[in-house]
Design a protein around this ligand. Structure first.
Ligand code: NAP
Length: 548
């Protein structure tokens, strides 16, 4: 469906980087609602962003499908029927194809093209965006729609490339799939991707060894078809659902309990948590005790409940002990949802190896070796080792603002933004669901819609004022950075080595990257800023004019 590049404009109002949820809605907004010209560049060969690349067995969203989509268009929301409670990867891609077709978006998307750089020209108040296919496009605005989890992390184990078997990373999975039937497989990592993939790989492999550095708290997904009466009730409540998720803490229909775990008896805690455990999903995490995010004693009460559930599910007591997370609180790392993860370890051909106490020393031509000399032989190694999250995908691009300054250099000690959407010295650059916005601490489509709408309002304001640039003031940005740090300080989030903290990437600054205002209050704050005349933003007095 790609139109050949030579028919494409080399000067447009806006360049959007990425054709996942954010890029598609941004293109629709700019082009169809605001009458601007726009081009989207996408590194993949098709739509979907993270869902284009993450095709590992079991890949699906952990958000309920009825809220894992756009709500800006009621008809669009109504006409798409998901087949299960959680949408699977290929179904999400089909949904995004449907969105693109419905709004005729693909004609403005250039696929198989990675944006390598974007340089701001101060004389012309425009950006020049360059690609790995040698294109250069001028644009007034640049919007990164690159996703928070799109830059995969492949640890640099010694000998990594010497392995003679098959190697795969969950985040860059072959489109044709991988057949593990009868193979000896090693999986490195136990995050959300591994938790989804392991039960299915275990079904095919003759032998599966999982290398765990940090055990995760894992909650049942309880996936399956959605009962008809629930589906119908939801269809009758479009406006209510939209309103509730937009005002919620996390973009889900989940509310935190008023009573804390600290004020509750063990029996009360069991009675609150057990129905959530059985219901599956994020209820225990994002819809239970608020004090567990602030107080370790409260957190321990919830942890104890979860430890008991692991012991119930895993037959071998030594394996169960290894699967019980230690050394950090519950809820301060992203909670994976499972469909048979713990049960997989009850299979005789599935083994768990602790690589915290005995790290992987090297990858060998036939497998891998641990520090104590124990070695393993495999036909396939699967790296489920995650992503250089949030700042990673943005920092991969050579983004140069005023004075030729590189954004990644400005962010060397951690991201510096205003609202997680803009950065001083980088005029007309917007980072959808960027670091220091709620982003990954929410149901992403809700945050994406809010950011796209906000970008459109800000660009509309540039036009209305007859200005040519907008960027945050340094004071507004400094205050936002401090505000982010203050929000996280009283919580337990900094106590874990999570990718929220950049702790999974050697050398990355240890800074909590998402914004902890939460979805509803963050939206209200952004609305207030707009109402107050775009507080914290500086618009230049230049003439808008057309780019030539
Ligand atoms: P992840 O959560 O970062 O997990 C990576 C795993 O690899 C961790 O267990 C990590 O251990 C391990 N690891 C990394 N480097 C290692 C090394 N050098 N040696 C040994 N182990 C190493 O990555 P992910 O599972 O791909 O998930 C990332 C995020 O993507 C999720 O948190 C979620 O937000 C999103 N995601 C969502 C879904 C969904 O919606 N269903 C599915 C998949 C992913 P440590 O914990 O010790 O660092």
């Amino acid at each position: 469906m790609t139109v050949s590049d030579d028919t494409r404009a080399s000067t447009v109002d806006a360049v959007v980087i990425g054709a996942g949820f954010s890029g598609l809605y941004m293109l629709h907004k700019l082009r169809d609602e605001m009458g601007l010209t726009a081009r989207v560049f996408e590194a993949g060969g098709g739509l979907g962003g993270t869902w284009y690349w993450n095709r590992y067995p079991g890949a699906r969203s952990d958000s309920d499908s009825y809220i894992y989509g756009f709500t800006f268009d009621e008809q669009l929301w109504r006409e798409w029927e998901w087949s299960e409670r959680y949408p699977e990867q290929h179904e999400i891609r089909a949904y995004l194809e449907h969105v693109a077709e419905r709004f005729d978006l693909t004609r403005d998307i250039t696929f198989d093209t990675r944006v390598t750089g974007a340089t701001f020209d101060e004389a012309g108040n425009s950006w020049t965006v360059t690609t790995d296919r040698g294109e250069a496009v001028r644009a007034r605005y640049v919007i990164t729609a690159v996703g928070a989890l799109s830059s995969s992390n492949l640890p640099e184990f010694p000998g990594r490339d010497s392995f003679r078997g098959e190697t795969h990373h969950t985040g860059v999975w072959p489109h044709e799939g991988v057949d593990f039937t009868g193979k000896r497989v090693g999986v490195i990592g136990t995050g959300a991707s591994a938790v989804q993939a392991i039960p299915l790989i275990a079904k095919e492999a003759s032998d599966l060894t999982v290398f765990q550095r940090t055990a995760n708290y894992i909650i049942p997904a309880n996936n399956g078809p959605v009962p008809d009466e629930v589906r119908k009730a939801r269809l009758g409540d479009y406006a209510g659902i939209r309103e509730r998720i937009q005002r919620s803490y996390f973009g889900f229909e989940l509310d935190l309990l008023e009573k804390g775990a600290l004020e509750s008896t063990d029996e009360e805690i069991y009675n609150e948590l057990m129905p959530r455990w059985e219901e599956g999903g994020f209820g225990i995490w994002l819809g239970s005790y608020v004090d567990m995010f602030f107080n370790d004693e409260a957190n321990a009460k919830v942890r104890n409940f979860l430890h008991d559930r692991i012991r119930e599910k895993v037959e071998d007591p030594a394996t169960a002990e290894l699967l019980i997370p230690k050394g950090y609180p519950f809820g301060v790392k992203r909670n994976p949802l499972d469909s048979g993860y713990y049960e997989a370890f009850n299979e005789p051909h599935v083994h768990l190896v602790d690589v915290k106490s005995n790290p992987i020393a090297e990858i060998t031509p036939t497998g891998l070796r641990l520090q104590d000399g124990t070695s393993f032989e495999f036909d396939s190694i699967v790296y489920a080792t995650g992503f250089d999250a949030m700042t990673g995908p943005i920092n991969k691009i050579d983004i140069r603002g005023r004075g030729g300054r590189l954004l990644r250099e400005k962010w060397e000690a951690g991201p510096r933004t205003y609202l997680g959407l803009t950065s001083a010295g980088f005029p007309n650059l917007f980072t959808i669901t960027g670091p220091q916005s709620p982003s990954v601490l929410s149901n992403m489509p809700v945050s994406i819609e809010q950011h796209v709408d906000l970008v459109a309002r800000i660009i509309g304001e540039v036009r209305d004022r007859g200005a040519s640039t907008v960027e945050p003031t340094t004071q507004a940005e400094d205050a936002w950075v401090v505000h982010n740090a203050e929000l996280v300080k009283p919580t337990l989030f900094e106590a874990a080595d999570s990718w929220y903290m950049g702790a999974n990437i050697p050398g990355k600054p240890r800074v909590f990257m998402p914004n902890l205002s939460f979805v509803g209050p963050y939206r209200a704050k952004c609305d207030e800023i707009v109402t107050n005349g775009y507080e914290g933003f500086a618009f230049d007095a230049g003439k808008q004019g057309a780019l030539t």
